[in-house]
Write a protein that binds this ligand. Structure first.
Ligand SMILES: NC(=O)C1=CN([C@@H]2O[C@H](COP(=O)(O)OP(=O)(O)OC[C@H]3O[C@@H](n4cnc5c(N)ncnc54)[C@H](O)[C@@H]3O)[C@@H](O)[C@H]2O)C=CC1
Ligand SMILES: O=P(O)(O)OC[C@H]1O[C@](O)(CO)[C@@H](O)[C@@H]1O
Length: 387
């Protein structure tokens, strides 16, 4: 059994690649980072260090590597003969990996079972996003895409921080993980991945994960950044930050319980478990990594505006989420390209235009005025800031 996995970064090596390896797949890592691909090609194995409660070290071997930027023919051949293709490249990168996947699917020999494609990204229905891009570059002469590939959405959850320099290919991760996969597209022929959980209705799980783990984690990052703290565990040790994060998760809990019918107690237990994960002092995780890409995180259906908009539509003012959005607007990390772009939008545009551009909210949406007020405040701070 062979899996081609795009993105040999933190989640690629420390989570998806590990679980595919443990499921018995030979993993072919595809990435555009030359040094990383050279390291993987030269290595026989790497270690995944699980830190926190019940720490463990797992070894990954039986992998190969291909440079998806420079070795297209080899990549297409790997995909043509694979059982599974997965990605962990970032939601905005999916459109760039789609053409090679389309060509690989088109090159499959007649009689092979359909290629099983799963995007493992922090985005609602990331595989659908990938499939749309594959459809756009599909060559109709190759026959029916639906006969040649099956696409399943997934939700992935494991905190994998940026790795310390000098660690080589080894990855430090938290002990917890959850990979939830929509079983329904496989029609009885789902892959056997013991570390994954297959469900018949993925939607509520994806939304619960994004609006709890990711909303909470990013809130800790933005509140922590505002408080001048560096590590996520230090941010969570700060009483004010912890209380603000808790208040945010109370609001998303209210939405998730009423929208998806999770019981109050079940959601509370989920929140408690996640808050404990954020405090893990063994993870060298920073507010800069967890707060990365604020424009993506502030977009319309993402972890802040998504739940805040739905609460506002229900007549509820999401005070705590608005606090987190205000903190996100202050995430001016000069090393983060999206944070720099966010600063530029705030500087160059009028409040209403900036709000629309950053959040995708329509001006007549019940959340718009409150967010626009925050944008206005943020702009005033910049104007008032010393040069
Ligand atoms: N790190 C974490 O704790 C978690 C991350 N995620 C999601 O997993 C995805 C990946 O995140 P990380 O592994 O943290 O990022 P990362 O930056 O460590 O890894 C991404 C990898 O993708 C590669 N890449 C970029 N463009 C590419 C292309 N065109 N073709 C092939 N490879 C390409 C990069 O070189 C890099 O090695 C993101 O969607 C993220 O939201 C989900 C759950 C947890
Ligand atoms: O690219 P993103 O959305 O910041 O993804 C990383 C996030 O995913 C998580 O691992 C949660 O699964 C968080 O640790 C982290 O904040």
């Amino acid at each position: 059994m062979k899996a081609v996995h795009f993105g040999a970064g933190n989640i690629g090596r420390g989570f998806v690649g590990l679980l595919l390896h443990e499921a018995g797949y030979e993993v072919v890592f595809a990435d555009v980072a030359d040094t990383l691909i050279a390291q993987l090609a030269a290595a026989d194995s790497y270690s995944v260090h699980e830190v926190g409660e019940n720490p463990a070290v797992r070894t990954v071997d039986n992998f190969r590597a291909v440079n998806s930027g420079t070795q297209e023919a080899q990549l297409i051949e790997e995909i043509a003969t694979a059982d599974i293709v997965t990605t962990a490249v970032g939601p905005h990168i999916l459109k760039f990996v789609a053409p090679a996947i389309a060509k690989g699917i088109a090159s499959r020999a007649a009689g092979l079972p359909p290629l099983q494609v799963m995007a493992c990204e922090n985005a609602i229905n990331a595989t659908d996003i990938l499939r749309e891009s594959i459809v756009s570059s599909w060559d109709e002469a190759a026959g029916s895409l639906a006969d040649a590939a099956v696409f399943a959405n997934t939700a992935v959850d494991r905190i994998v921080p940026n790795q310390e320099p000098g660690q080589g290919l080894d990855v430090t991760v938290e002990t917890f993980y959850e990979w939830v996969i929509d079983r329904t597209p496989f029609g009885g022929a789902a892959p056997v991945i013991p570390g994954a959980t297959f469900v018949d209705e993925l939607g509520p799980y994806i939304e619960r994960k994004l609006f709890t783990v990711n909303t909470g984690h990013a809130s800790a990052a933005y509140f922590g950044f505002e408080a001048g703290l560096e590590k996520i565990s230090d941010a969570m040790a700060d009483e004010d930050v912890a209380a603000d994060v808790r208040a945010v998760l109370d609001e998303t809990k209210q939405l998730l319980v009423s929208k998806h019918g999770f019981s109050y107690d079940e959601q509370e237990a989920y929140v408690q478990k996640i808050l404990a994960r954020f405090t893990n002092p063994h993870l060298p995780d920073t507010v800069h990594r967890v707060g990365r890409a604020p424009l993506r995180k502030l977009s319309r259906h993402e972890r802040f505006i998504g739940p805040a908009a739905e609460l506002a539509e229900r007549g509820i003012v999401p005070e705590a989420l608005l606090g987190a959005i205000a903190a996100a607007l202050r995430f001016n990390d000069p090393a983060d390209a999206e944070a720099v772009e966010l600063g530029q939008i705030l500087a160059d545009s009028e409040p209403a235009a900036a709000t629309e551009r950053i959040t995708g909210l329509a001006q007549d949406h019940p959340l718009f005025a409150a967010v626009c007020g925050l944008v206005e405040e943020r702009k005033a701070e910049d104007v008032a800031a010393p040069a």
